[in-house]
Each structure stands twice: as structure tokens, then as C-alpha cells.
Design a protein around this ligand. Structure first.
Ligand SMILES: NC(=O)c1ccc[n+]([C@@H]2O[C@H](COP(=O)([O-])OP(=O)(O)OC[C@H]3O[C@@H](n4cnc5c(N)ncnc54)[C@H](O)[C@@H]3O)[C@@H](O)[C@H]2O)c1
Ligand SMILES: O=c1ccn([C@@H]2O[C@H](COP(=O)(O)OP(=O)(O)O[C@H]3O[C@H](CO)[C@@H](O)[C@H](O)[C@H]3O)[C@@H](O)[C@H]2O)c(=O)[nH]1
Length: 521
């Protein structure tokens, strides 16, 4: 029976994963550790470092359970927020202590694209991952199971094994497992609680299988056994890259078809529905957009491309590279379309951009198509006002500003409301599929989450125990498009970069509607 685990890296993966393990396995002491004290402080404060539906409620429930516990579980060197020391979840910078105490160590460390040297711009950089494994080699005094949660180049398990062999003193045994994470931002807690599958890659040796079973034991606390799949290390590592490449390929494919629709008068929403209803195709990842973004797709596809090229499989490399190329093309095409609809010139024209995150329900802007859009509009001399319900103003400002060409003073405005952004605008661009931006006929029910969370506290109780944790709980207020259109001026164009609006309804309000892959009426 596993008693102590550690998650190294308290980012989008490590923080929520640690929280879910602690929530689902009260008998397991979970230490989430990070070298960045700011992130750790944020996890221990009322303002979490990331917004995710259900996260703060789950954290609160774990802390509450610790508060009510009479058993007095020891708590590593970290502490539960609000001084609660009995809970089974800690966030701290005590990486070495966590390593020493844990039987299973989840590596949840960032693996960005390499920015220098061989493989620059393509291969994944595992420097941070290796640094953590070096620390394990140095401080471990007992056997450890080391779990690759990070997305890694294929063969990394072997690299880490060699590193441990060379750097550890040989007194303890290390088993490396690959256990890739498939969560999506915006639905992190739900995805962790209800994963479509859990892959566990191990060496096909008795000790590899034993370690694999030990990890499966943890997941079995909340994941059905038939969803836990055991395989070899390479297959598991490759499956992660393959899954992201296939998902991104679907969006690139539908976006490439959207461009045919725009030239011919076909409607991509009909085409997407028609294809998606085929039981073999399904409707997932076929929503046309101004371009996909996020921290994972591009870097993971490039990692696959790098692998294929290294294996001499040039055609295979080119095939997957084209998924990213089509996405770049889509982003550029969307910007060009806006300029063209505004008579070939956006200079000195006011344009509102609604949504800046790479998708709804997240404050993450990594590779967001909105960044390309806003930078492009600013470079063309437009006055741009941006509103996003979750992204902080400072982040929007930093992302919108290019190194070499800065916007003129007053050219970029970050707004507190969508109405403020749209007032006086000649064009409004919906860049993120936020529920708040939907038109009435497409509006979704207010509580769309289906998290199946463990029994949570009622809101009155939450307020009393931990008022700050409520700050991220959002109430959807659908946009009043009539007021928006009334407040616009000039051309009154609405560009729907997500095809989430009802074009007919908007035209009825007196504006011109331009969707992706649709004929402009
Ligand atoms: N974000 C996602 O949606 C997602 C989903 C699935 C898989 N992944 C993969 O999981 C990995 C982590 O992604 P993320 O989004 O959580 O990254 P992140 O950047 O949000 O978090 C990584 C954390 O690791 C910490 N860190 C770096 N080196 C460290 C060290 N030596 N010791 C301790 N902490 C260290 C950093 O300070 C950072 O807080 C990546 O490989 C990513 O590709 C991410
Ligand atoms: O039909 C669709 C679906 C998605 N998108 C866009 O595609 C991007 C990626 O979306 P999504 O896959 O939902 O978000 P991520 O959080 O990037 O999650 C992906 O990347 C993670 C990190 O590896 C994986 O764990 C997930 O399984 C994988 O879905 C976003 O910009 C979406 O707006 C579309 O344009 N159309």
C-alpha cells in the first residue's frame, strides 16, 4: 500500500493532480513541490495560480477534511493553507524532503520546445526534468518509482534511467514509468476525475510490472480498472505525442475545409455536423476556429516531427508538420479576412476583441490565436480594445506587445467589460469561445459543469471558512448583444472566430456577421 507520493512541479498538471490524489486517496500523503516559491505561495493562498472549475472547491474540501481529522497525519515540511497541518496535501518548496519521503514521485515539470542548440525550435527541452531527476539521484535513500507525467521525447525513460545509474550511489532501486497526462485546460478537474484512459508504460521486467501495478493501485481508487492500460515505455511515450497530433490534425483539417467553404458558399457548420455524425468520425475536435492554440499541441507535434526526421522518415515528418502549417495559415487568413472586410484598411479604426485566452474557461494564453490577431491588428495601425473574463490585464498587455514594434500610446486598451470594449467599435471579433459571449439562441445553461465532485461544502460555509477561495467562482452573465450592436459605430461588423454566435440573430440586430467557413450575407 502506497503511503506517500510527491508531485514535482506545481503547474497546470502537478497542482491539480496532487489535489485529486489527495482528495481521492485520504490515506496517501501527497506533497506537491516546486522550485518556484511564488507558485507555492499562490497555492497556499486564497488566490490560486490558475483558474479551473472545481479546483478551489476540491482543495477546500481536502483542507476541511484535514481540519476535522483527529488522526494527525504528519505533513512534510510544507503546510496546508490557513495553518491546517493535518491534511494529506501540502504545497512547498521542500523538493528534497518530498523526494526522500515519497515512494512514488510524479514528474510534472515543463518540457518546452528547445530554444537553442540541436533540435532548436523542434525538439523538447528536458533540462528541467533532468535537473529534478539529478536531485532524486542525489537525495534518495530508499527505492523510488519515478513517473513521467510530463510530455517527453520518446526514449526519455531510458535517458533518465542512464542518468540515475551514473549519478546515484547505487544503494537504492529506481523504476521509471511513463504515465502521460491527457487533461485539457478548462476541464482539468473533470478530466482528472474521469479520465478516458490511464496509460502506464513500464519496462517489461518483473520489477517494471510490479511498479506499474503499484501505480495502478493509486488510480484504482477512482478510475475503473478497465481504463488502466499497461504497455511498454516507448508505446506509452509515443501515445501521448500521437494523441495530441491526432487531435490537432482534426482541427487543422476542419479549418482547411472552412477555407474551401468560404470560396464556394458551402457552410462549414453543415459540413462539420455531417461528418461528425458518422459514428466512426465523431464530432469531437471538429469545431472550426480562427486557429488552435495552447501550450501543448504545437510543441508536441514538433517533437513528433523531430523524431520522424531523426528516423529518416521525411514524408512522415512533413505530414505532421503540415498540421501546424495549416494552423499558421488559418490564423493569418483570419486576420487577412478582417482587413479585407474593412475595405483593406484597419488603420485608425476601432476594433474590439472579445476573449484572449486560447480557449474558454482558462486564463492561459499560451499560443493563443488571439495573440496573433491582436498583434496583427496593432501592426496595421488599428485601435484595439480587448476584454477577457479570466486573463489578467498585465498578461494581455505583455502578450500583445511585440519586441520590435510597440503599439502607439492609446492604441491598445484592456477593458474591464465586454461592453466597454465594444462601445464605439467598428468591428467586434470573438476570439475565444467563452460561454458569456454566446447569442441568446445558442446560450448554454448556466451551470454547464458536470464534475461529479465529492460532496462539497455549501457556499455559505465556504465563505466562512475560506472567503478568498471563492474569488474564482464565476457566474455566467450572457452578453446583451443588442446593447453591443447599438453601441457600435460605422460598419458594425461582427467576426465570429469560433462560430459560436447566431449570425441570423445578429444580422437582425443590424450588423454584418462574418463567421468561419461561411458565405457572408
Ligand atoms: N498544461 C496542460 O494542459 C498539460 C496537459 C498534459 C500534459 N502536460 C505536460 O505536463 C508537463 C507540465 O506541464 P504544466 O502545464 O504543468 O507546466 P507548468 O509550466 O505549468 O508547470 C511546471 C512547473 O515545474 C516547475 N519546475 C521546473 N523545474 C523544476 C524542478 N527541477 N524542480 C521542481 N519544480 C520544477 C516549474 O517551476 C513550474 O511551476 C509538460 O511536459 C506538459 O507538456 C501539460
Ligand atoms: O473543435 C475544436 C477543439 C479545439 N479547438 C482549439 O484547439 C486548442 C486546444 O484545445 P484543447 O485540446 O481542448 O485544449 P488543451 O488544453 O490544449 O488540451 C490538449 O493538450 C493537452 C496537453 O498535452 C492534452 O493533455 C489534451 O488531451 C489535449 O486536448 C484550443 O485553442 C481550442 O480552442 C478548436 O479550435 N476546435
Amino acid at each position: 500500500m502506497v503511503r506517500k507520493v510527491a508531485c514535482i512541479g506545481a503547474g497546470f498538471v502537478g497542482g491539480p493532480l496532487g489535489t485529486v490524489i489527495a482528495s481521492q486517496c485520504p490515506d496517501i500523503q501527497t506533497a506537491v513541490v516546486d522550485i518556484n516559491p511564488e507558485i507555492v505561495d499562490a497555492w497556499n493562498s486564497d488566490t490560486l495560480p490558475l483558474y479551473e472549475s472545481g479546483l478551489s472547491e476540491m482543495l477546500l474540501a481536502v483542507r476541511e477534511r484535514g481540519h476535522n481529522s483527529v488522526r494527525g497525519v504528519s505533513s512534510n515540511e510544507g503546510h496546508c493553507a490557513n495553518g491546517l497541518t493535518n491534511c494529506n496535501l501540502t504545497f512547498s518548496t521542500s523538493v528534497e524532503v518530498a523526494i526522500e519521503e515519497a515512494e512514488i514521485i510524479f514528474l510534472c515539470i515543463d518540457t518546452p520546445t528547445k530554444s537553442t542548440g540541436p533540435g532548436e525550435g523542434s525538439a523538447l527541452d528536458i533540462t528541467n526534468l533532468e535537473a529534478a531527476v539529478r536531485t532524486i539521484a542525489r537525495v534518495a535513500k530508499t527505492d523510488k518509482i519515478i513517473v513521467e507525467k510530463s510530455t517527453v521525447p520518446c526514449g526519455t525513460a531510458g535517458t533518465l534511467r542512464d542518468l540515475l545509474k551514473n549519478e546515484a550511489n547505487g544503494a537504492c532501486h529506481f523504476e521509471i514509468l511513463s504515465n502521460p497526462e491527457f487533461l485539457s485546460e478548462g476541464t482539468i478537474i473533470s478530466d482528472l476525475l474521469h479520465p478516458s484512459r490511464i496509460l502506464i508504460g513500464s519496462e517489461m521486467t518483473p520489477s517494471g510490472r510490479k511498479a506499474s501495478d503499484k501505480l495502478a493501485e493509486i488510480y484504482r481508487k477512482w478510475v475503473p480498472d478497465d481504463l488502466i492500460i499497461h504497455m511498454d515505455l516507448w508505446s506509452s511515450e509515443l501515445s501521448k505525442l500521437a494523441a495530441n497530433a491526432l487531435l490537432a490534425q482534426r482541427v487543422s483539417s476542419i479549418n482547411s475545409l472552412a477555407s474551401i467553404c468560404e470560396e464556394t458558399g458551402a457552410d462549414i457548420d453543415f459540413v462539420s455536423t455531417a461528418c461528425g455524425l458518422d459514428r466512426r468520425i465523431t464530432r469531437a475536435m471538429l469545431q472550426p476556429s480562427l486557429g488552435w492554440g495552447g501550450g501543448c499541441f504545437k510543441k508536441d507535434i514538433f517533437c513528433l516531427v523531430y523524431l520522424a526526421r531523426g528516423l529518416g522518415l521525411e514524408e512522415v515528418a512533413n505530414y505532421w508538420a503540415s498540421v501546424v502549417e495549416i494552423n499558421e495559415y488559418q490564423k493569418a487568413r483570419f486576420l487577412k479576412g478582417i482587413i479585407s472586410h474593412m475595405h483593406g484598411c484597419v488603420a485608425k479604426k476601432s476594433i474590439a476583441v472579445l476573449g484572449f485566452a486560447f480557449k474558454k474557461n482558462t486564463s492561459d494564453t499560451k499560443n493563443s490565436a488571439a495573440i496573433t490577431l491582436v498583434r496583427g491588428l496593432l501592426a496595421e495601425g488599428a485601435f484595439v480594445s480587448v476584454y477577457d473574463p479570466l486573463v489578467p490585464e498585465s498578461k494581455i498587455l505583455a502578450d500583445s506587445t511585440m519586441r520590435l514594434s510597440k503599439p502607439e500610446p492609446g492604441q491598445l486598451q484592456i477593458c474591464k467589460t465586454a461592453y466597454q470594449a465594444c462601445t464605439g467599435a467598428e468591428a467586434v471579433v470573438v476570439a475565444t469561445d467563452c460561454d458569456d459571449f454566446q447569442t441568446p439562441s445558442r446560450a448554454i445553461p448556466r451551470d454547464s459543469s458536470n464534475l461529479n465532485l465529492p460532496p462539497t461544502l455549501n457556499s455559505r460555509h465556504m465563505d466562512e471558512r475560506n472567503p478568498g477561495l471563492n474569488v474564482h467562482m464565476r457566474i455566467h452573465k450572457p452578453l446583451d448583444w443588442r446593447s453591443v450592436v447599438d453601441s457600435m459605430q460605422g460598419l458594425k461588423l461582427i467576426f465570429d472566430g469560433r462560430n459560436v454566435l447566431d449570425g441570423e440573430y445578429l444580422r437582425g440586430l443590424g450588423c454584418r456577421y462574418v463567421g468561419i467557413g461561411k458565405r457572408v450575407a
